[in-house]
Ligand binder design. Structure first.
Ligand code: COO
Ligand code: NAP
Length: 372
């Protein structure tokens, strides 16, 4: 008779991950697919964390990245076990920390975090990564524990692109006096709505241009409620007879020193014509797919400057600016001064199929994919 010896097997608990990946560029409907793989939560290296995705949005740049018309690209590798080198899509999202390695400091189980850098690949159910790849943001428990307003999944998941863009457009380039003005097109875009809210917080006079629509007055009232001083339609923007802008600016005794363009084409020219001499036009998007064409006279006789803005490059070039800007935006959320931009919340099913549907729907409104 042999005595039966109990053998202690190493503990293994596998987590199954699903990620929306692409290995070649093209329209997302054609190139995005779900890849499933497993990680062993007990084999975590000392400086690593395992996080669970809470929510991730669809931004125009995420689509451009998959299309291959966006210069910032994640590296395609076979690290996740794909047959072909692939990358996980998505650049923004909020995660909950599930496990921390033995040497991790600054993050603990239950914390909320956002990716430190772009190209993280947020369209997945979980991720295992270096703790340094995650930036802590307050979880609802943390905010409420300090008597503050909790960040919603939406506000945390969309923290690093649009609010940071709005804040940096307004503050990083031109010193504005109380009497001066900013004008922007794409007034109803998520960025445009953050620009409106932050203009109110910062005491900046703002004109927002929005596309003509039957219920224009309703949308104009909504934007004024957010913080735009005046709202005009594209028809008014492009009309030489429309003189109200001059009147409003004369009333404060200032100048339109700064303009933001995310549309291009005709809209851009209308906005640029309203700039004061030596004004600055920052182009940060091209939603009309039309080029940035400016009237010659604006350059020769008004000496306006047309420049680009890319939050990704700006934050890469300025170490520390992302943390500082994120902290400012979080403070405004927690103080109830800033509200997140409404998004249609979609519960994630098959990851790639959910994001494909959300990309389609994003043409008519912001989409946020929420994970259970
Ligand atoms: C795009 C873009 C910003 C690139 O715009 P460009 O005007 O520089 O593109 P091209 O000069 O290469 O355009 C050539 C051609 O392709 C043109 O058609 P024709 O006039 O008939 O020749 C364009 O209409 C067409 N084109 C360009 N992009 C696209 C396209 N067709 C289909 N799909 C796409 N994507 O303007 C764009 O995608 N704009 C919408 C999204 C946007 O504003 N992206 C800005 C990204 S920056 C950002 O979001 C950063 C976040 C942190 C890619
Ligand atoms: P969003 O909320 O999805 O809004 C998109 C906006 O584009 C809407 O206001 C829409 O106008 C407008 N639009 C769509 N098609 C148009 C067309 N053919 N002509 C004119 N306007 C059109 O977008 P978002 O996430 O705020 O992003 C807005 C822009 O900022 C995008 O171009 C994005 O790529 C860019 N962006 C750039 C940076 C950067 O660092 N450069 C950072 C963040 C965002 P309606 O409301 O009238 O439908």
């Amino acid at each position: 008779m042999f005595a039966v010896k109990s053998i202690r097997l190493p503990l293994r608990r596998m987590i199954t991950l699903h990620a929306a990946v692409f290995s070649s560029h093209g329209e997302p409907a054609e190139v995005l697919r779900t890849h499933t793989y497993e990680i062993d939560e007990h084999k975590l290296s000392p400086n690593a964390v395992i996080v669970k995705t809470l929510a991730a949005p669809v931004n125009p740049s995420d689509i451009n990245q998959i299309q291959g018309v966006y210069p910032s690209q994640p590296e395609k590798t076979t690290q996740l076990g794909t047959l072909e080198p692939s990358a996980v899509a998505g650049n923004e999202g909020v995660f909950e920390v599930l496990h921390v390695g033995s040497k991790v400091e600054g993050l603990k189980v239950g914390d909320w975090a956002i990716p430190t850098n772009v190209n993280f690949g947020t369209w997945r159910t979980h991720a295992e990564c270096d703790a340094a790849d995650m930036m802590h943001v307050p979880s609802p428990a943390s905010s409420e524990g300090r008597g503050k307003k909790a960040l919603s999944k939406n506000s945390a998941a969309t923290l690093s692109v649009n609010p940071l863009t709005a804040y940096l457009l307004l503050t990083h380039y031109v010193k504005l006096g109380k009497e001066d003005w900013v004008i922007q097109n794409g007034g109803l875009s998520a960025v445009g709505k953050y620009v409106a809210q932050m203009s109110r917080i910062l005491g900046i006079n703002l004109i927002s241009v929005v596309r003509d629509r039957p219920n224009f007055d309703e949308f104009a009232a909504y934007l004024k409620d957010l913080g735009a001083s005046q709202v005009i339609s594209e028809k008014e923007n492009n009309s030489r007879e429309f003189k109200d802008v001059k009147k409003w600016v004369a009333e404060t005794g200032g100048e339109i020193k700064l303009a933001f363009n995310c549309v291009g084409g005709k809209s851009l020219a209308g906005v640029a014509r309203k700039l004061a001499p030596n004004g600055l036009m920052l182009t940060y998007g091209g939603m009309s797919l039309q080029p940035v064409t400016l009237p010659t006279s604006l350059h020769i006789f008004k000496n306006i400057t047309s420049a680009g803005f890319w939050v990704t490059q700006l934050l890469k070039d300025n170490a520390g600016l992302k943390r500082k800007t994120v902290d400012q935006v979080v403070e405004w959320y927690e103080d109830g001064k800033l509200a997140d931009q409404p998004a249609e919340e979609v519960l994630a099913g098959d990851v790639a199929e959910t994001f494909k549907a959300s990309i389609k729907a994003s043409k008519t409104g912001k989409q946020l994919v929420v994970f259970e």
